[in-house]
Design a protein around this ligand. Structure first.
Ligand code: ZN
Length: 308
C-alpha cells in the first residue's frame, strides 16, 4: 500500500514536474515573444523616426528650394523689369537728345538764316561787295562817341552796343578815342576814292583807299578810330595809348585790326578796326592771327556766333 502510495505520489509528482515544465516553457516562450516583439517595435519605431527625419529633411530642403526658386524668379523678374525700365529710359534719353540736338540745329539754322553772310567775308580783288549792298539796319553813333559833330556817322545797329561798351570801358581807364569814320556807302566810297585820286594820284590813292566794293566800311561793321593829340589826322594812331589799349582789349568787344603792320594784302592801317564778333576776335587775338590770313571756310564757322 505504501508502495502504491509512493508510486502514486511519484506519479503525481511527475505530473507536477511536467505541469511546471510546461508552464515554465510557456513563460520562457512568452518572454522570448515579448522580447522579439519589443525589439521589432523598437526597430519599427526607429525606422519611423528616421522616416520622419528624412521627411522633415526633405520638407526642409523642399522649402529651401522653393524659397530659392521664388527668390530667383522674383530677382529675375525684377532684373527684367529694371532692364526694361533702363531700356525705356535710354530710348527716352536718346529721343530727348535727338530733340535737343534738333532744336539746337534749328536754332543755329535760324540764327544763320538771320545773319548776313557778308559780315564775315574777306574783301579782295576777287571778292567784293555789290554796289547795291546796304547793311540790314543802320544806327546813328551818338555824338559823344564821334570825333566830329559835323557829320552824323552811321553804324550797323547790332555793332553799336559793342562800340559803346568798348569806348566806355577804355574811358573808365582814362583812355580816350572816338569814331572818326564808320559806314560808307558804295557811292561815298567811290566819291572818296575819286577825291583821293585827284589829290594824290591813282598810285598813292590805291595804297591807302580801297576801291568801292572792296571797302569794309560799306558793311557798316568797320570803323576808323582817332585819339586826342593827333591833330585830327589818322596817321600816328599807333603811337597813342588808345592804340595800345585796343591791341590788348578790342577783341573783348569783338573788334579786330584788319590791316596790321607788314600784312600781305593791304597798306598798314592801325586806325581801321572791323567788328567780327567776340568769339572770332578772341580766337584771332589768342592765336596771334590776322583775319585775312584765315581761310574763308574757317571764318564762316564763326558767323553763327557773331552777335553773341
Ligand atoms: Zn577804314
Amino acid at each position: 500500500m505504501n508502495h502504491n502510495k509512493y508510486i502514486k505520489a511519484l506519479i503525481d509528482n511527475k505530473r507536477d514536474v511536467v505541469g511546471f515544465g510546461i508552464i515554465g516553457l510557456i513563460l520562457i516562450g512568452l518572454c522570448i515573444y515579448g522580447y522579439i516583439s519589443l525589439n521589432s517595435l523598437s526597430i519599427r519605431l526607429n525606422t519611423l523616426s528616421s522616416s520622419t527625419n528624412s521627411l522633415s529633411i526633405r520638407l526642409a530642403s523642399t522649402t529651401e528650394e522653393l524659397q530659392l526658386a521664388i527668390s530667383n524668379a522674383s530677382s529675375t523678374l525684377l532684373n527684367a523689369i529694371s532692364n526694361e525700365n533702363q531700356n525705356v529710359q535710354e530710348q527716352l534719353g536718346g529721343v530727348q537728345s535727338q530733340v535737343g540736338s534738333l532744336s539746337g540745329t534749328l536754332t543755329t539754322l535760324q540764327k544763320l538764316s538771320q545773319t548776313d553772310p557778308e559780315l564775315l567775308k574777306k574783301y579782295s580783288k576777287v571778292y567784293f561787295l555789290n554796289e547795291n549792298y546796304v547793311p540790314a539796319r543802320l544806327s546813328e553813333i551818338p555824338f559823344a562817341y564821334q570825333y566830329s559833330n559835323n557829320k552824323q556817322l552811321l553804324i550797323h545797329t547790332d555793332v553799336l552796343p559793342h562800340l559803346k561798351a568798348m569806348i566806355d570801358t577804355a574811358s573808365s581807364s582814362q583812355i580816350t578815342f572816338y569814331a572818326f569814320s564808320a559806314y560808307r556807302s558804295f557811292a561815298e566810297q567811290k566819291a572818296l576814292k575819286g577825291e583821293y585820286t585827284v589829290n594824290y594820284g591813282a598810285g598813292t590813292a590805291n595804297s591807302f583807299s580801297a576801291d568801292q566794293g572792296y571797302s569794309e566800311h560799306q558793311l557798316g561793321t568797320a570803323l576808323d578810330f582817332i585819339s586826342t593829340g593827333q591833330g585830327g589826322v589818322l596817321d600816328g594812331f599807333d603811337n597813342t595809348m588808345a592804340y595800345t589799349w585796343m591791341t590788348n582789349n578790342a577783341y573783348r568787344f569783338g573788334f579786330e585790326l584788319s590791316y596790321p603792320k607788314n600784312n600781305g594784302y593791304y597798306v598798314y592801317e592801325p586806325w581801321h578796326w572791323r567788328f567780327v564778333g567776340v568769339k572770332l576776335a578772341t580766337y584771332l587775338h589768342d592765336n596771334g592771327l590776322n583775319f585775312y590770313d584765315l581761310d574763308q571756310r574757317t571764318i564762316d564757322n564763326y558767323l553763327v556766333n557773331i552777335w553773341d
